[in-house]
Design a binder for this molecule. Sequence first.
Ligand SMILES: C[S@@+](CC[C@H](N)C(=O)[O-])C[C@H]1O[C@@H](n2cnc3c(N)ncnc32)[C@H](O)[C@@H]1O
Length: 247
Amino acid sequence: MAEKEIMKGYNILAEEYYQSRKDKKGTSYFYNQLLEMPTTLKLLGNIRGKKVLDLGCGPGIYAKVLSEKGASVKGIDISEKSIEIAKKEAPHAEFIIGDAEKLPYKNFEFDIVLSPLMLGHLKSWNKVLSEIYRVLKKGGLFIFSYHNPVTEKNIKHNWFFKRFRELNGYFEEERIIKIWEKENKNFEMIHYHKTYSTIIKLLVAHRFEIIDYEDCKPLLESKESYPKDYKKTINYPTFCVWKVKKK
Ligand SMILES: C[S@@+](CC[C@H](N)C(=O)[O-])C[C@H]1O[C@@H](n2cnc3c(N)ncnc32)[C@H](O)[C@@H]1O
């Protein structure tokens, strides 16, 4: 079951989250549109004519791109407010409010399941991986992005005018609370860290074959407009994308 705090957080922050993804001056634009999204779309490849499920679709930013690329798209998210926005953002896609761990779709319905930056909110991946396997056709693809396991666990330090991150606690698969500062309020966003070994074992146990993987690198054209973020993320993998196939 989706955690209530996560659903509540994404409902309260839905509009602001959406706007931050669209604001070309903001860091969300850099981290999502210029860092995570290009790699995810690259691994997704050609989707013309494919039936794609956008799992944890948020405000429909991916669903819009997928529809424009010629896919037939369905999107699902636990956040009611995000789904309201998604319906306007991607009018050609079909959306529903629901939990990724209990999908309201038929067996073998999709060619592709895409899930950008959603799995980190789930403590256990067993139910969601079983559901994804069930709704995929044989040979269907599951593409997901995730915070990079190597760098996700870190402690920030300030030393005079420099900021450092010390990598720490990789093997502790615990709940991480990330503070989102929005509208002068702090929101706690929950994330679950997993090691590479855990992720690979889970995928294998759920009969997925890993066919591609990439650490996200920022687009070169973002170097001038976002010099600090570019410098950080070209030296430090923030996200990663996995492409796996239903056997
Ligand atoms: C970081 S946002 C990413 C949104 C979208 N995938 C994107 O990349 O534009 C994570 C999304 O996952 C959704 N989510 C979290 N847990 C979920 C669950 N158990 N079932 C469905 N959606 C969930 C949240 O409501 C939120 O919209």
